[in-house]
Design a protein around this ligand. Structure first.
Ligand code: HPA
Ligand code: ZN
Length: 359
C-alpha cells in the first residue's frame, strides 16, 4: 500500500497542472461496473458472479496474466455505441485530471476477431473524441495498435480494414505480449505505415530487453517508445535516448502491478529523468492497475521524493512529445507556466528541455 502524498501544495499542483496522456489503452479503461453493464446490454455471460468477483481476479503476476483478463473484459464490446460509451467515460475522467490532450490506443484485432466490424470500433471511439472536444474542450486522437502475438500478415489485413477510415486515426502502435515478439517481426507493416504518413510508436522494454528498444528505433523507426524502462540496463541506449530526445511513455502503476519493479519506490523514473531522458507519466490500463493519470503522479511523488521541478519537467515533456502542431503546444506550455505561477512554484519553470544534451 503506497502512502498518500502529504504535501498538500504539491498535491494541488500535480492535480491542476495541464498534461497530455500519451499511453492509455481504451480497452484498459473499462471499469468493472461498465463491463457488467455492457454484458447485460449485450446479453453476454461473464465467468464472474459480480463486480467484486471480477475485481478480485485482478491479481497479476506479469504482463501475460493481465492480458488474459484484459482481453476477456473487452469481449463485452460489440456495437459502435459500446465503444462510444467506453471512450466517453474515460475522457470524462481524464478531463477531471486536467488532461488537455489524450492520444488513445485501441486494439482492433481484439474486436474484429470476434466478428465486430472495424467501422463500429473506429467510429464509436472517434465520435466520443469529437463529442468530448465539443463538450469539455479536451483534445484527443486515436492510435491503432497491432497485437504483436499475432502475425505480421494479420497486422497488414487489419491495416487494410482500417484504411477506409484513415482520417480517423493518427498513427499505429505495437502492444500485447512482448517477450518472443520483437519489433522487427513487424518491420514491413511499419515501413508501409510510414509511407502512408502515419505516426509510429511501439511498446518496447516493458518486460522485453533493451535490444527491443534499439529495434523499435532502428528497424521500425518509431517516434516514441512506450514504457522503455529496461533501457536502464544499456548505457549506450540511455545516451542515445537522451541525445535524440526520444520520448518514453512510462506507466508507474502498471509497472508496479505487473511486477516490472518490486515496488513503486524502486521505480527508475526519477533516475531516467535525471539522466536527461524525455520521460512522461501515463496510466496504461487505469481500470486494471488501480489509478488514472493523477493517481500515477501522486503515488509516484509520494514515494520518490520528487518535487515541483520534476512535476514541471514531466508535464512539459508530455505536451512536447504529443503529435500536435507547434501552435497548440505553445498554448499548452503557456497554460502550464501560468499554473505553476498560480500555485507559487514559478521557480520550477524550466524551459531548457531538461538536462544538457550529451555529445
Ligand atoms: N503492455 C502490452 N500490451 C498491452 C498493455 C501493456 O502494458 N496494456 C494493454 N495492452
Ligand atoms: Zn501499454
Amino acid at each position: 500500500m503506497t502512502p498518500a502524498l502529504t504535501d498538500t501544495t504539491l498535491l494541488a499542483l500535480l492535480r491542476d497542472m495541464p498534461k497530455a496522456e500519451l499511453h492509455v489503452h481504451i480497452e484498459g479503461t473499462l471499469e468493472p461496473e461498465l463491463i457488467f453493464a455492457l454484458a447485460e446490454r449485450n446479453q453476454i455471460e461473464l465467468p464472474y458472479a459480480d463486480v467484486e468477483a471480477l475485481r478480485r481476479a485482478y491479481a497479476f503476476t506479469d504482463l501475460q496474466s493481465f492480458l488474459d483478463i484484459y482481453y476477456a473484459g473487452a469481449s463485452v464490446l460489440l456495437h459502435e455505441q459500446d465503444f462510444y460509451d467506453m471512450a466517453r467515460a474515460y475522457l470524462a475522467r481524464a478531463v477531471r485530471d486536467r488532461v488537455v490532450h489524450a492520444e488513445i490506443f485501441f486494439d482492433p484485432q481484439t474486436h474484429t476477431a470476434r466478428g465486430v466490424p472495424m467501422a463500429s470500433v473506429i467510429n464509436g471511439l472517434y465520435r466520443a473524441c469529437r463529442d468530448a472536444e465539443r463538450d469539455w474542450g479536451i483534445s484527443c486522437a486515436l492510435i491503432l495498435c497491432f497485437l504483436r502475438h499475432l502475425s505480421e500478415e494479420d497486422a497488414f489485413q487489419t491495416l487494410a480494414q482500417a484504411m477506409p477510415l484513415r482520417d480517423r486515426f493518427i498513427g499505429v502502435g505495437l502492444d500485447s505480449s512482448e517477450l518472443g515478439h520483437p519489433p522487427e517481426k513487424f518491420a514491413r507493416v511499419f515501413a508501409h505505415c510510414r509511407e502512408l504518413g502515419l505516426h509510429l510508436v511501439a511498446h518496447a522494454g516493458e518486460e522485453g530487453p533493451a535490444a527491443y528498444i534499439w529495434s523499435a528505433l532502428d528497424t521500425l523507426q518509431v517516434e516514441r517508445i512506450d514504457h522503455g524502462v529496461q533501457a536502464q540496463h544499456d548505457a549506450a541506449l540511455m545516451q542515445r535516448l537522451a541525445r535524440e530526445r526520444i520520448a518514453l511513455t512510462v506507466c508507474p502503476l502498471s509497472n508496479q502491478k505487473l511486477q516490472v519493479f518490486p515496488d513503486l519506490s524502486q521505480h527508475n523514473l526519477p533516475r531516467m529523468l535525471e539522466a536527461g531522458l524525455r520521460v512522461t507519466v501515463n496510466s496504461d490500463d487505469p481500470a486494471y492497475f488501480g489509478g488514472y493519470i493523477n493517481d500515477n503522479f501522486e503515488q509516484l511523488f509520494a514515494v520518490t521524493g520528487m518535487g515541483p521541478a520534476q512535476a514541471y519537467r514531466l508535464a512539459r515533456n508530455s505536451l512536447q512529445a504529443s503529435f500536435v502542431g507547434e501552435s497548440r503546444k505553445h498554448a499548452w506550455r503557456e497554460q502550464l507556466d501560468d499554473c505553476f505561477v498560480r500555485h507559487g512554484f514559478q521557480d520550477a519553470i524550466d524551459t531548457s528541455e531538461g538536462a544538457p544534451i550529451l555529445p
